[in-house]
Design a protein around this ligand. Structure first.
Ligand code: MF3
Ligand code: CO
Length: 239
């Protein structure tokens, strides 16, 4: 998983360098697919429940699962880039939100909130902490800044499959608390706050994949694959 994570980190780094106004999203998809295959890994999303591409590319009000096509990135937009890779049967999954050229102060604040929520959540990935400690760290960080956390999608366990137990909600309530789980040493988790400027509610476009904010306002997504080690969290999707 560490080696798969490094490949995902390289892919996101390539995305960070390529994502400029005018770039076609399908060209970014092709470049990242080539990087993953060149590292002897396999794109984890392509073919998953029929998903047609290597990356998920979610622009502005798109929350997650945006499908690459010939659209071009626009100055002032934000791009959620989500990448998964499988190496020797082990998965890694991570995402970043990338500013396209100069973006508004509000978009910057939104991205910062989502990134800080992920950082705070990772600190909770220790033996003996509970899933709800991760969820609460995300919700508290985001809501303190006046933004909302998406409730319709969650983080997840990951390992020899892309999605494993436990589900990792980005908020806490009575329902989620009832199936709260203590984190075991060696657990591997994909933690992925999705943060909206306005309402947390979402809808899915008619292509069956692209998730957008219900109010059309901005959304930002960051994700890392993290191992719960004896001494604390180890982020696997880094260089
Ligand atoms: N990071 C997302 C997830 O964990 C990406 C999945 S896209 C899919 O669900 F196409 F694979 F579904
Ligand atoms: Co994920």
């Amino acid at each position: 998983m560490r080696r798969a994570g490094r490949i995902v980190a390289l892919a996101l780094d390539l995305g960070n360098r390529m994502a400029k106004p005018g770039l076609r999203i399908c060209d970014l998809d092709a470049a990242i697919e080539e990087l993953i295959l060149g590292a002897d890994a396999i794109p984890a999303f392509k073919g998953y429940r029929g998903y047609p591409a290597t990356i998920c590319a979610s622009v502005d009000e798109e929350v997650v699962h945006g499908i690459p096509d010939s659209r071009r990135l626009k100055e002032g937009g934000i791009l959620g880039l989500d990448v998964g890779a499988v190496l020797d049967g082990y998965y890694a999954d991570a995402a970043v939100t990338i500013p396209i050229g100069r973006i508004s102060a509000q978009a910057t604040r939104l991205m910062d909130a989502a990134r800080e929520a992920l950082d705070a959540a990772i600190l909770e990935a220790r033996p003996g902490r509970r899933v709800s400690d991760i969820s609460r760290a995300i919700q508290t960080t985001v809501e303190k800044k006046g933004f909302s956390v998406v409730r319709t999608y969650t983080g997840h366990g990951i390992g020899s499959r892309l999605h494993e137990d436990p589900q990792i909600p980005n908020y806490v309530d009575g329902q989620t608390a009832s199936r709260d789980e203590a984190l075991a040493c060696g657990a591997t988790l994909a933690i992925e706050p999705m943060v909206n400027e306005g309402t947390w509610r979402t809808k899915v476009l008619s292509n069956g994949w692209t998730v957008v904010t219900a109010d059309g306002r901005l959304s930002s997504h960051f994700e890392h694959t993290v191992a719960v080690q004896p001494h604390g969290p180890e982020v696997l999707t880094v260089l």
